[in-house]
Write a protein that binds this ligand. Structure first.
Ligand SMILES: *Cc1c(COP(=O)(O)O)cnc(C)c1O
Length: 459
C-alpha cells in the first residue's frame, strides 16, 4: 500500500457535506436526465466532478481578498498579478481574463480561422470547442502509449513529434495556424509532458514558422513530475523548471482555476509579440472588460497573485501528487485499472476495462460516473466518447482513444478518509459491474454537448 503524504497545512474553516440515501439518489439521477452536470452540488457527498475552481484558498489568499483594489483601471491588485506572472513565466505581457476558455476566446480568433488547423498533444474540450468556433479544425497527436492505460511510461502526455511533423506536411505548413501543448495533458489523464518533448516540439514549430501555445492549466503539477522523472532536472527548483518550460513557447493560455488555487481566473501570456498583445487587449476589452481587470474583481486578481506562488511550493505539490498516488495504490490492490502511472489532478478509471460489455457509443465512462453517484453520492465525469461528441463535419459520434471516468481531486479539500470511501465505492461497483447499464442520448446541443445532454439507461 502506498503511504499517504500528510497535509502540509491544518484546517481553519470547514464546510458540511451531507449523505443521501440510495433511493434518493436514484430519483435525483432521473430528474437530472442522467447528466451529472444537472445534479445539485448539495446532493453530492464527495464532489470529484472537476478540480477546476473547487480549490480551498489559504488564509493568505483570503486576507488578499480583503486587500483587493477594485479600481476600474490601474488597480494595485492588477500590478501584483502582473509582477507575479512576469516573475514566474518570464513573459513580457500578462493579461488576466475570467477563466481559461476566455483566454481561448480572446486569442484563438486572432490566430486561427476557416481552413486552418490547430495541432495539440491533446485538446481539452473547451479548447477544442474554441478552435472550432474560430472556424478551424483541431487535431490531436498524443504519443501512442497514452492510449494504453496499462503501459507504464513517465511522460504519457507528450506530443508524438513524428506524427506532428507528418500532419504539418499533410495539411501544409501554411494551413497549420497553431500548435498547442497541453500541460499536464488533461484528457490523457493529467499525464505530464517532458522538457525534452517540449524542446522537440518547439524546434518543429520554429522550423515551419508556426506559433506555439502552452495550454497551461496544470503547469505546476507538470513541473513536479519533471523534477521526479527527468534526470536533467532532478536538482532544479520547481520555479526554474517552469521558466525553462515556458521559454520554448510563444504564448500561453491558462485556466487559473487549477494550479493557481483560486475559484475563478485565467491568464494569457505573450512572450514578446507586442503586436499580438495589442490585438489581445482589443478583444479583451470587448469580451472580458478593461485590460487591468479582465473580467475579474480586484479581489480575485489579488488572490490569484498569491495562489500562483502557493501552487509552486514543493511540499504542497508532494502532498498533492501523493493523494493521487495513494488512491491509485488502493485501486492497484483491488485490481481496478486506471490511466497509469497516475497523473497529476485525478485518477482516470479505465471504464472500458471495468465495464467491457458497454460499447463506446453507450458511453462506459459516463455509465461508471452515474453508478458512482448511485452507489456512494460521489460525482465524477466522463472523459471519453461521451465528452468527445460528434464529428463537426459529419455529425457522427466519434470514438475516443479511451473511455475514462475521471475522479478529479479538488486541491486542499478532501482527506485520506474521503479517498478511502472513493476506493471502497469502486470496489463495490466492480462486484456487480456486469449489471451496470450503458446509456443513450435523448437530446443534445450542437457544441460541448456533454454539459447539457439528456440521457437514459439502455434497457
Ligand atoms: C480547465 C481547462 C481549460 C478551460 O479552462 P476554464 O477555466 O474551465 O474555462 C482549458 N484547458 C485545459 C487543459 C483545462 O484543464
Amino acid at each position: 500500500m502506498k503511504k499517504y503524504v500528510a497535509e502540509p497545512f491544518r484546517i481553519k474553516m470547514v464546510e458540511t457535506i451531507k449523505m443521501t440515501s440510495k433511493a434518493e439518489r436514484k430519483k435525483k439521477l432521473e430528474k437530472a436526465f442522467y447528466n451529472v452536470f444537472n445534479l445539485r452540488g448539495e446532493d453530492v457527498y464527495i464532489d470529484l466532478l472537476t478540480d477546476s475552481g473547487t480549490n480551498a484558498m489559504s488564509a493568505d489568499q483570503w486576507a488578499g481578498i480583503m486587500h483587493g483594489d477594485e479600481a476600474y483601471a490601474g488597480a494595485r491588485s492588477y500590478y501584483h498579478l502582473i509582477d507575479a506572472g512576469k516573475d514566474i513565466f518570464g513573459y513580457e505581457f500578462i493579461q488576466p481574463v475570467h477563466q481559461g476558455r476566455a483566454a481561448e476566446k480572446v486569442v484563438f480568433p486572432l490566430i486561427l480561422g476557416k481552413g486552418k488547423i490547430a495541432i495539440s498533444n491533446m485538446f481539452f474540450d473547451t479548447t477544442r470547442a474554441h478552435v472550432e468556433l474560430a472556424g478551424a479544425r483541431a487535431v490531436d497527436c498524443v504519443v501512442e502509449e497514452a492510449k494504453h492505460p496499462q503501459v507504464q511510461s513517465p511522460f504519457k502526455g507528450n506530443m508524438d513529434v513524428k506524427k506532428l511533423e507528418e500532419k504539418i506536411n499533410e495539411y501544409g505548413k501554411e494551413n497549420v495556424g497553431l500548435i498547442v501543448m497541453t500541460i499536464t495533458n488533461n484528457s490523457a489523464g493529467g499525464q505530464p509532458v517532458s522538457i525534452e518533448n517540449m524542446r522537440q516540439v518547439a524546434a518543429i514549430a520554429k522550423k515551419y514558422g508556426i506559433p506555439l501555445d502552452i495550454d497551461a492549466a496544470r503547469y505546476a503539477e507538470n513541473a513536479y513530475f519533471i523534477k521526479q522523472r527527468e534526470e536533467e532536472f532532478k536538482k532544479s527548483s520547481i520555479k526554474a523548471i517552469i521558466k525553462e518550460m515556458f521559454s520554448y513557447a510563444d504564448m500561453f493560455t491558462m485556466s487559473a482555476k487549477k494550479d493557481a488555487i483560486v475559484n475563478m481566473g485565467g491568464l494569457i501570456g505573450i512572450k514578446r509579440d507586442a503586436e499580438l498583445y495589442q490585438k489581445i487587449k482589443g478583444n479583451c476589452i470587448s469580451y472580458e472588460g478593461f485590460i487591468t481587470y479582465g473580467g475579474l474583481s480586484g479581489r480575485d486578481l489579488e488572490a490569484l497573485a498569491i495562489g500562483l506562488y502557493e501552487g509552486l511550493e514543493e511540499d504542497y505539490l508532494k502532498y498533492r501528487i501523493g493523494q493521487m498516488e495513494y488512491l491509485a495504490g488502493l485501486l492497484d490492490d483491488a485490481k481496478i485499472a486506471y490511466q497509469s502511472p497516475v497523473g497529476g489532478h485525478g485518477v482516470f478509471i479505465d471504464a472500458k476495462a471495468l465495464l467491457p460489455h458497454i460499447p463506446y457509443h453507450q458511453f462506459p465512462g459516463q455509465a461508471l460516473a452515474l453508478e458512482l453517484y448511485l452507489e456512494a453520492g460521489i460525482r465524477a465525469c466522463d472523459i471519453g466518447s461521451y465528452m468527445l461528441g460528434n464529428d463537426p463535419d459529419t455529425g457522427k459520434q466519434l470514438q475516443a482513444d479511451f473511455e475514462f471516468t475521471r475522479l478529479a481531486i479538488p486541491r486542499r479539500v478532501y482527506t485520506q478518509s474521503h479517498l478511502d470511501i472513493i476506493a471502497e465505492a469502486l470496489i463495490t461497483i466492480k462486484k456487480h459491474a456486469d449489471k451496470v447499464p450503458g446509456y443513450k442520448i435523448t437530446w443534445e446541443p450542437p457544441v460541448l454537448r456533454h454539459f447539457q445532454a439528456h440521457l437514459e439507461p439502455m434497457k
